[in-house]
Design a binder for this molecule. Sequence first.
Ligand code: PHE
Length: 391
Amino acid sequence: MTTEEKVSKTLPELGVTETQGVEALFAEVRAAMEGERAELISRGAPASHHERVCKALRDRWLARKNGLLARLDEHWLKAAPRELKPAVGKCFNELRRASAALELKELIRTVPVLPESPGTRPPDAARHESLQESLPFEIPGDVAQDLTLPGYRRPLGTLHPITRVQREIEDIFLGLGFWIENGPEIESVYYNFDALNIPESHPSRDDWDTLYINAQTVLRTHTSPVQIRAMEKYGAPLHIIIPGKCYRHDNPDSTHSPMFHQIEGLAIDTDITFADLKGTLDFFAKKFFGEKVRTRFQPSFFPFTEPSGEVAISCIFCGGEGCRVCKESGWIEVMGCGMVHPVVLRNGGIDPDKYSGWAFGLGVDRFAMLKYDINDIQLFFQSDVRFLEQF
Ligand code: PHE
């Protein structure tokens, strides 16, 4: 039985003959009333309909003529058998006091006003219908069509900032004659480590860094395994970049995410030297970060390159003067690189006596953070439209 049906019957008709029954019945009605109010407060109402929706709920319960409380007064209190009158009177007063929260002023104050974004506003009639559907009480259907309102426009999505930056980097290398190669994210230990000359004892094989699927299979920890796959597939010469997702057993924080993105670069040809590597990466850095940017190469170590280097760019925030971002050094490290190790070439089926090559690996997420001055990598993966809309 709905609340309406109940309040149009008398207590004897409802089979209520004692104080306990009266109390239970009133408790039910009160729960219904508070439930409807809570429902409206949790939903909120759009600005253009706010007052009308609040008034609809107020009128349903409190209208002098035919409001639920008025009917309840009529059928339950006035018509109560004499012995129940005191109990009904007491319950009725309590309910009346609780119903103060449904006064129009109170509702207008407590029901959230939902923002009205003009671009997404459906025609008024449709809006009225969908509002009505979601509410347990009736809203007067007197909505006139306002033909001057903007039409219903679906919000357009845009590319995710990571995709954008990835494509921007791809474009620069495509312009230099590189092509794009892909490889699997679920990778064998052989391609991820062995073929890349990463010794059995290397710390990155440890459970703390690598997500193992089983003893022979991992989620790739970098895009470098695709170096070997591409060498096997195409042989030399080879000029490719390899974008893709990588995984590491890292706790998420503002600079770490267990899933992140890399772009690998690989150039193999006769007579490729470290000068080619420096020239290409310096050109790339200037294209991506701006012509003023300078690059710095420092010795480093990777098992799959020899010699290996760490590339830094002059700080794009202070121009190299020293600031918080570059920790007063004037430089920001952005990628690892080096000359492809002869063992790696051989593992890929390429003769290191005939060919040489360079490789680099960079973090797309980090590049995006630098380019757009974003201080928390987690923002990329939280799908918060307020963040994504800015790109
Ligand atoms: N694979 C290395 C990493 O993930 C980066 C790298 C790639 C270094 C290619 C040198 C050459 O840290």
